[in-house]
Design a protein around this ligand. Structure first.
Ligand code: RFL
Ligand code: PHB
Length: 403
């Protein structure tokens, strides 16, 4: 079957789904192709912290009703050093806050919005291949339901994550990769128990990093740093709770409610950027172009900020005939990406135990944490990055001309 659309979007993660929803609101046609089935896409447990800019984008395209009802607004977070905590008051330091709302919920709401408007969203699209990206008439081929399909389009948005086909479609000689692979991972546990604190706790402990997070008032998400050779089967729930109780400190341990895990997994940590984020008529957004370690809660938010920029640029081109925003998309996106990479790398380095860490390196961490605790200027820098640097918002509707 052969189809035509303005923008072919590869990947139905948060980046692809949000882009499609924003373009739809601006009256631009697109088709989303996703390799997995809907249940799989909706069940991946990942991010939990939304910057205000991400919430604004979701609001702008009409998918924030449940988020407004159920999201938890957090004005601050805690940082612990060997069990002693201090608070970073984001609201007081920056006037902004973050919203706790799971990536699974964001994805679910976006898919529901697509289904409700009968938008073209193809799950289980296999063998997706991109063609003619450096010319005037790009097209995408894929298999679905045992048939070959072809979509002719004006632009392709590569929103297919780190392992997708989009970045790999850019000739190797034209892309440069920058990478740090960390010598540890995060073991995450999700449980239907109330959180141990009303805010998140990021803990630097002699035994390694730990994080107390949540999805709601009755669902908790915790992480402990583990070495890369650890096996999930060596971490029964009780061992994780015991380790959390040690690393998060006495107060958190006292308030921690233990319960059976409903999800448990180990994720490696990586910093990665591929430059540029454009090749001809292909534009990359989200994890397809960059990865951050989860410490700064930036991955999903960076995907959203790329998409805000890309939507604005595609709207400028398709609706107003302006080419310049698309021409400069990669450079503008990368300038924000690198700042989030820097923050995520810094926060990871400050809070984790590195295998080669000597007494000097440990004391540097302690001194820096103590400095942040005692300096409002330092806490302001941290809070400003955590709540998110400014994002560009696309204008979805033309302002009516004054009568
Ligand atoms: P995704 O979510 O990986 O979606 C890409 C989609 O593309 C599909 N795909 C293909 N489709 C068609 N053809 C192909 N050839 C395809 N190849 C792949 C995939 O099936 C998938 O559906 O990328 P996207 O949309 O860019 O979104 C990025 C975010 O998912 C990611 O950055 C965050 O989850 C990172 N992250 C966090 N980010 C935050 O902002 N705050 C957090 O608190 C946070 N915590 C986390 C995280 C990531 C984690 N893990 C597991 C990596 C915590 C963890 C543990
Ligand atoms: C989460 O709740 O999954 C979460 C929260 C904050 C982070 C990373 C992950 O920095």
């Amino acid at each position: 079957m052969r189809q035509r659309t303005q923008v072919a979007i590869i990947g139905a993660g948060p980046a692809g789904l949000l882009l499609s929803q924003l373009l739809h609101c601006a009256g631009i046609d697109c088709i989303v192709l996703e390799r997995r089935d809907r249940a799989y896409v909706e069940s991946r447990i990942r991010a939990g912290v939304l910057e205000q800019g991400t919430v604004d984008l979701l609001e702008q395209c009409g998918v924030a009703a449940r988020l407004q009802r159920e999201g938890l607004v957090h004005d601050g977070f805690r940082v612990a050093l060997d069990g002693e905590t201090f608070r970073v008051d984001m609201r007081q330091l920056t006037g902004k806050a973050v919203t706790i709302y799971g990536q699974t919920e964001v994805t679910h709401d976006l898919i529901e919005a697509h289904v409700a408007r009968g938008a073209p969203l193809v799950f289980e699209a296999t063998d997706v291949a991109l063609h003619g990206l450096d010319g005037e008439a790009p097209y995408v081929t894929y298999r679905h339901g045992g048939e070959e399909h072809r979509i002719d389009c004006d632009h392709v948005a590569g929103c297919d994550g780190f392992h997708g086909v989009s970045r790999a479609s850019i000739p190797e000689a034209l892309r440069t990769h920058f990478e740090r692979v960390y010598p540890f991972g995060w073991l995450g546990i999700l449980a239907d128990v109330p959180p141990c604190d009303h805010e998140l706790i990021y803990s630097n402990h002699e035994r390694g990093f730990a994080l107390a997070s949540m999805r709601s008032a009755t669902r908790s998400r915790y992480y402990v740093q583990v070495s890369l050779d650890e096996k999930l089967e060596d971490w029964p729930d009780e061992r994780i709770w015991d380790e959390l109780a040690i690393r998060l400190g006495d107060e958190a341990a006292r308030n921690m409610v233990r319960g059976p895990s409903i999800e448990k997994s180990i994720a490696p940590l990586r910093s990665f950027v591929s430059e540029p984020m454009r090749y001809g008529r292909l534009f990359l957004a989200g994890d397809a172009a960059h990865i951050v370690p989860p410490t700064g809660a930036k991955g999903l938010n960076l995907a959203a900020s790329d998409v805000g920029l890309l939507a604005a640029a595609l709207i400028a081109k398709h609706r107003d005939g302006q080419a310049e925003p698309l021409e400069t998309y990669s450079a503008r996106a990368l300038s924000r990406v690198w700042k989030a990479e820097r923050f995520s790398w810094w926060f990871t380095s400050l809070t984790h135990r590195f295998p080669d860490m000597d007494g000097f390196a440990r004391r540097m961490q302690i001194a820096e944490l103590d400095y942040i605790r005692s300096s409002q200027a330092a806490r302001t820098v941290m809070a400003e990055n955590y709540v998110g640097l400014p994002m560009e918002m696309p204008v979805l509707h033309k302002t009516p001309l004054a009568a």
